[in-house]
Write a protein that binds this ligand. Structure first.
Ligand code: TYM
Length: 331
């Protein structure tokens, strides 16, 4: 049995990228491993949310976790800020992270490019907080999407540096995990790149989008002018539609559009209509459960409290060991 840790920022509702890149694997792993799944609310502070929106964000991610099928009785579901040992470990690990490597991190460079007016130190040390999240439970497996790969590599560097400095092997190396397969990158609807909350209006389909919103977004997805010869390679926007179909549609549906592409009879309007309906069908049961869970405040409150308690117990043990290894007077 491995120890598994993963989390999602509480910056809004979950989209299909979060689901297929991460949550789907959380569900698959929870029965067989010792799992800690959390809501990264401290990471979400880098964008300075208003307190009301911030609270709602945490609550809605918890509702979505539960609605997707995470079971708080078998895995530990918690909110990052309920575990004070995480920021303490983060402070300590800032001593083993070098400014140069943090500055070279691709996600930091992207943030600078997109938001030059808000290059805060929390963004620079984001990978250190993420490492602390993982190693506070001494996790070995971290189910994440492709975009988190570099952060995991950095976490391994910090861990190895710590182990080397103190001459032990206290922390195992955490690795990004997808059942031996390549990490997932779910594309967005705008023709290029990944699905993401901050990638522009209409690029992401959220698990709580109403059917008419899903239809509208998908019908507006970028395509091209169509194939001009049989069996030609697909352009990126069209490949993206097929990739999304691969996640939510039946095999024979996908095959019929593949055939239509290959013999140049494809009609993107038909394909988008089908894709939209398959997404609507996919999210419908999740949305049903979201409604039920959202109406049960007591259950939500108890779940969050129980998860926080379990996470603090595991975290306190690690932190005590770390304080001893470092040589604090009172570990
Ligand atoms: P976040 O909140 O951006 O995304 C949460 C998870 O969803 C995955 N994901 C995707 N996967 C495939 N295709 C996409 N288009 C897509 N968009 C998002 C992400 O890879 C991620 O697994 N830093 C993390 C949160 C975090 C964390 C951690 C994760 C904080 N501490 C410790 C694991 C362990 C983040 O911002 O993810």
């Amino acid at each position: 049995m491995e120890t598994v840790v993963s989390g999602i920022r509480s910056t809004g509702n979950l989209h299909l990228g979060n689901y297929f890149g991460a949550v789907k694997n959380f569900i698959k792993m929870q029965k067989e491993h010792n799992c800690f799944f959390f809501i990264a609310d401290m990471h979400a502070l880098t964008t300075h949310p208003k307190p009301g929106d911030f609270k709602n964000g945490v609550r809605s991610v918890m509702i979505e976790y539960l609605a997707c099928g995470l079971d708080p009785e078998i895995s530990t579901l918690f909110v990052q800020s309920d575990v004070p040992q995480i920021p303490e470990l983060y402070l300590l690990f800032n001593m083993y992270a070098y400014v140069g490597e943090l500055e070279r991190c691709a996600s930091f460079k992207e943030k600078i490019r997109k938001h030059p007016d808000n290059v805060n130190a929390g963004l620079l040390t984001y990978p250190v907080l993420m490492a602390a999240d993982i190693i506070i439970h001494r996790a070995t497996k971290v189910p994440v999407g492709k975009d988190q790969e570099q952060h995991l590599e950095m976490a391994r560097n910090f861990v190895n540096r710590f182990n080397h400095l103190y001459g032990n092997d206290y922390f195992p190396e955490p690795t990004a995990f997808n059942f031996g397969e390549a990490l997932v990158k779910v594309p967005g609807l705008d023709g290029t790149g990944k699905m993401g909350k901050s990638e522009g209006e209409g690029n992401a389909v959220f698990l709580n989008d109403a059917p008419e919103v899903i239809r509208k977004k998908v019908m507006r997805a970028v395509t091209d002018s169509g194939p001009s010869a049989a069996n030609q390679p697909k352009t990126e926007p069209v490949q993206n539609l097929f990739s999304l179909m691969n996640l939510v549609s039946k095999k024979d549906t996908i095959q019929s559009f593949e055939d239509a592409w290959n013999n140049c009879t494809i009609r993107y309007g038909d394909m988008k209509k089908q894709l939209a309906e398959d997404i609507v069908t996919f999210v419908a049961p999740i949305q049903e459960r979201m409604k039920e869970i959202a109406s049960d405040e007591k259950y939500l409150k108890n779940t969050i409290e129980m998860g926080g308690e379990k996470a603090r117990i595991s975290a306190a043990k690690t932190l005590k060991d770390v304080r001893e290894i470092i040589g604090f007077l009172n570990a």
